[in-house]
Write a protein that binds this ligand. Structure first.
Ligand code: ATP
Ligand code: LTN
Length: 327
């Protein structure tokens, strides 16, 4: 059975972009792969987090993983901070990554742009991500488009380690879907829909109530034309909304175009809001049930044990190869 590993930072409340670009695929992959899904809480603190907010984001992501269909009997679901091998391996790989490669990471450039002072962890972030991945030797890392560069760097770091110290790590492939890997903001189709955006109108949260979803969709920016047509180059806003539509229904782009031919954007947007609500509402209901059952901490404790059992021997072997003494 092939192995997959992925994670989401607990740096905010999850958006429809996180669902379409990541979680939905995690749920499908657990059927056919040995699966490890992490909550990257150590990554979340690379931008300053208020402790009470961090705690609530961690709980929300954990509950949403399971409410979306991740099954703790099929997948190992765990907090990065509860498996100490990650931080330890992260340090080892920080010494293997080059400054120049970290400087080229577009996420670092974007997140540090214009800031007066930036934490050093934001810069070394990809070495910790490489540790998260290489500790499990996965074949595939399912991610959205923006994370491709980090998985490529993981391969470079893993390859460098293997060359210096002997073959240890599998070099994983990023798994990026053809559409939906980069859902754009509702108010600006040149920007990725992001949970850390300061503008709530730019995103739909997985836990937004139906009336909020309807309002946000009705206000989403569209071009001045009338035609519902998939053409990202000339109609980026409508194409983005169509991408959301296709992932929340089983209609293809051609079927959506045919359905709204000659109708303008009004009906299309109204129906789009309803397919989003129909996708998210059952998840929101399971979220509430799960939250009141209080079982999420048991799930995370079980996941931490399973994850550490896989990660620890790999960490110890890496340390041995590097010349450390395991007592
Ligand atoms: P932040 O703004 O805090 O960086 P984010 O919303 O961009 O957060 P991440 O935690 O960086 O989310 O991403 C988690 C996963 O969701 C990654 O695989 C990422 O590629 C995917 N993802 C995030 N935003 C989108 C999006 N707009 N479209 C598709 N996939 C996305
Ligand atoms: N950087 C990722 C989150 C992340 C991750 C990982 C993804 C941390 N460790 C390992 C895949 C594999 C992000 O989505 N921002």
């Amino acid at each position: 059975m092939k192995k997959v590993l992925s994670g989401i930072q607990t740096s905010g409340r999850l958006t429809l972009g996180n669902y379409i670009g990541a979680i939905k695929n995690f749920v499908e992959l657990q059927e056919t792969h040995e699966s490890y899904y992490m909550l990257a809480d150590l990554h979340a603190i690379t931008v300053q987090q208020e402790p009470a907010a961090l705690r609530s984001y961690i709980e929300e992501v954990a509950l949403l993983y399971v409410a979306s269909g991740l099954d703790p009997d099929r997948s190992t679901i765990f907090l990065q901070s509860s498996v100490p091998s990650h931080a330890e391996m992260g340090w080892l790989l920080t010494t293997i990554a080059y400054l120049g490669e970290l400087e080229r990471m577009t996420q670092f450039k974007d997140k540090s742009f214009g800031k007066e002072s930036v934490g050093a962890g934001l810069f070394t972030y990809p070495a910790l991500q490489a540790a998260d991945i290489l500790l499990y030797n996965p074949d595939l890392v399912p991610i959205g488009e923006d994370q491709k560069q980090h998985v490529e760097l993981t391969r470079d770091i893993g390859h460098r380690f293997n060359t210096r110290y002997g073959e240890l790590f599998t070099l994983p492939e990023p798994l990026i879907q053809k559409t939906g890997a980069r859902i754009m903001s509702l108010d600006d189709a040149s920007k990725k829909m992001s949970k850390s955006s300061p503008t709530p109108a730019s995103y739909i949260l997985m836990l937004d109530p139906p009336e909020v979803i309807r309002k946000k969709v009705s206000r989403a920016v569209t071009d001045s034309g009338r035609e519902v047509k998939y053409d990202p180059a000339t109609k980026p806003e409508i194409s983005n909304l169509m991408t959301i539509y296709t992932h929340c229904s089983n209609l293809t782009f051609a079927e959506i175009e045919a359905k709204y031919e000659g109708q303008g954007y009004g009906n299309f947007k109204k129906d789009l809001a309803e397919v989003i609500v129909a996708t998210l509402l059952p998840i929101q209901q399971r979220y509430e049930e799960l939250r009141s059952s209080g079982s999420i901490y048991d799930i995370l404790r079980k996941g931490a044990k399973e994850a550490e059992a896989v990660a620890r021997p790999v960490l110890l072997e890496a340390k041995k190869r590097m010349g450390f003494i395991n007592l």
